[in-house]
Design a protein around this ligand. Structure first.
Ligand code: NAD
Ligand code: MG
Length: 381
C-alpha cells in the first residue's frame, strides 16, 4: 500500500476529497498545489504538513508565504512551481487540476516515474497518444480516478487478454437537461447548467456534464486508457449513477462496478490498487432504488458527444482540437459571453481545423490548443 502522496489541484472538488481519503489512510503528503485561492490551501498545509506547496498566481503565492511563515512548508510559485511539485518523488501523484493546465504536470510526474492517479481527463484527451506513449516509455501506470474509468478498470481485473474485451459500456447520468430538446436548451442559464442531479463538482466539469461534452471527453479518455476502438464503446444514459460503467467480454458476459455516487470510492481505489481499504462512503443499498434505468443518449440534442467521436475517429491532433474549443467555449459561457447552445457550435466548428499530419509532440499539442482557443474566442466577438 502507498505511503506518500502529492495532490495537484488540492483545493478543488476532487483534491479536497482526495485529502479526505489520505487522512483516513494516514498518508504522508509530499506536495500540494493550487491555482489562486489559498484559504483552503492554508488549512491543508496546517493539517497535512506538506514539504512543498505551489500556487500558480505569483501574488497569491507571496501572500501565502507570509501567512504560513510559522510552518516548515516551502511555497513555490507559477506553473514551474506546480511542475516541480509533480516531479518530486512520491508513491503516487494525483492530478486533479482542471483543464489543459494539467498536461505539463502530468508529463513531469511521468518523467519522474511517479505512479499517476489521473482525474484530469483533459490530459488524455488533449495529450492523446503522446501521453500514453510517454507513460509506456517510462513504465508508469496511469490509474483512472474518473468514476466511469475506475469502474471499467475494476471490471477488467482478472482479464489477462485485452483482446477478449468486446465492448465498453460507458454510463452517463444525462446531466440536468436530460429529456430536453436542443431548442429548449439554447438559452438556459448558468445557474440551471450548474444544477447537476447526482454529483457536486467543479464548475467546468459541471457545465461539461450539462452539454454532455463530459461524456465525449470520457469516450476519448476510455479509448486512450483501455486501447479500445471508438466503435466498441457504447454510451448509456443511466440516471441513478449507481452502475458506474461496465465491460462486455467475448462470451457476452457483462461485468460492472456499482456503488453510491461518491468520488471518494474511485479516488481511493486509484491509491490502494490492487488492494482495497475501508471507506467512509456509505454502503450501496440496492433495495433503496425502485429501478435502475438505461437508455441511449439523445445525440441530436447533445451534439458534443458526436463531435468527440468524430475527433477520435479522425485521430491525431483532433482530440486536442475539440478539447481546446470546449474549454474556451465553456469558459465564455460561464462568463456570460455566449449562449449555452454556442458551446456545441464552437466544438463543431473546431473540427474544420486542418490538422492532418500534425505530429503528437508536446510542443504541437500546446500550440494547437492555443490556436483553437484563439479561433473560438474570435468566433464570438
Ligand atoms: P475544481 O475546479 O473544483 O478544481 C480544480 C483544481 O485545479 C483547483 O485546485 C484549482 O486551484 C486548480 N487549477 C485551476 N486552474 C489551474 C491552473 N491553470 N493551473 C494549475 N492549477 C489549476 O475541479 P474538479 O471538479 O475537482 O475537477 C478536477 C479534474 O477532475 C477535472 O479534469 C475534472 O474533469 C476531473 N473530474 C472531476 C470529477 C468531480 O467529481 N469533481 C469527477 C471526475 C473527473
Ligand atoms: Mg466521470
Amino acid at each position: 500500500m502507498i505511503k506518500s502522496l502529492t495532490v495537484l489541484g488540492s483545493t478543488g472538488s476532487i483534491g479536497v476529497q482526495a485529502l479526505d481519503v489520505a487522512r483516513l489512510m494516514g498518508l504522508k503528503i509530499v506536495a500540494l498545489t493550487a491555482n489562486v485561492r489559498t484559504d483552503i490551501l492554508e488549512a491543508q498545509i496546517r493539517e497535512f504538513h506538506p514539504g512543498y506547496v505551489a500556487v500558480v498566481d505569483e501574488k497569491a503565492a507571496a501572500e501565502l508565504k507570509i501567512k504560513i511563515a510559522d510552518t516548515d512548508t516551502v511555497v513555490l510559485s507559477g506553473s514551474d512551481g506546480v511542475n516541480e511539485c509533480a516531479s518530486m518523488q512520491a508513491d503516487t501523484v494525483l492530478n486533479s487540476i482542471v483543464g489543459i493546465a494539467g498536461l505539463c504536470p502530468t508529463v513531469c510526474a511521468i518523467k519522474s516515474r511517479n505512479r499517476l492517479a489521473l482525474a484530469n481527463k483533459e490530459t488524455l484527451v488533449a495529450g492523446g497518444s503522446f501521453i500514453t506513449e510517454l507513460a509506456k516509455e517510462y513504465g508508469v501506470d496511469i490509474l483512472p480516478v474518473d468514476s466511469e474509468h475506475s469502474a471499467i478498470f475494476q471490471s477488467l481485473q482478472g482479464c489477462a487478454d485485452k483482446k477478449q474485451i468486446k465492448k465498453l459500456l460507458l454510463t452517463a447520468s444525462g446531466g440536468p437537461f436530460f429529456g430536453k430538446t436542443a431548442s429548449e436548451l439554447e438559452n438556459v442559464t448558468l445557474e440551471q447548467a450548474l444544477n447537476h442531479p447526482n454529483w457536486s463538482m467543479g464548475a467546468k466539469i459541471t457545465v461539461d456534464s450539462a452539454t454532455m461534452m463530459n461524456k465525449g471527453l470520457e469516450l476519448i479518455e476510455a479509448a486512450r486508457l483501455f486501447d479500445v476502438a471508438p466503435k466498441d464503446i457504447d454510451i448509456l444514459v443511466h440516471r441513478q449513477s449507481v452502475l458506474h460503467s461496465a465491460v462486455m467480454f467475448d462470451d457476452n458476459s457483462v461485468i460492472a462496478q456499482l456503488g453510491v455516487p461518491d468520488m471518494r470510492i474511485p479516488i481511493q481505489y486509484a491509491l490502494t490498487y490492487p488492494d482495497r481499504f475501508v471507506s467512509p462512503v456509505r454502503e450501496l443499498d440496492l433495495a433503496e432504488y425502485a429501478s435502475l434505468t438505461f437508455a441511449k443518449p439523445d445525440y441530436d440534442t447533445f451534439r458534443c458527444i458526436g463531435c468527440c467521436r468524430t475527433a477520435l475517429e479522425k485521430g491525431g491532433i483532433y482530440t486536442t482540437v475539440v478539447n481546446a474549443a470546449n474549454e474556451k467555449a465553456n469558459e465564455l459561457f460561464r462568463k456570460g459571453k455566449i449562449r449555452f447552445g454556442d458551446i456545441a457550435r464552437s466544438v463543431e466548428k473546431s473540427l474544420e481545423f486542418s490538422g492532418n499530419g500534425i505530429d503528437m509532440t508536446l510542443e504541437n499539442i500546446l500550440e494547437t490548443d492555443k490556436i483553437i482557443r484563439k479561433e473560438t474566442e474570435e468566433m464570438w466577438q
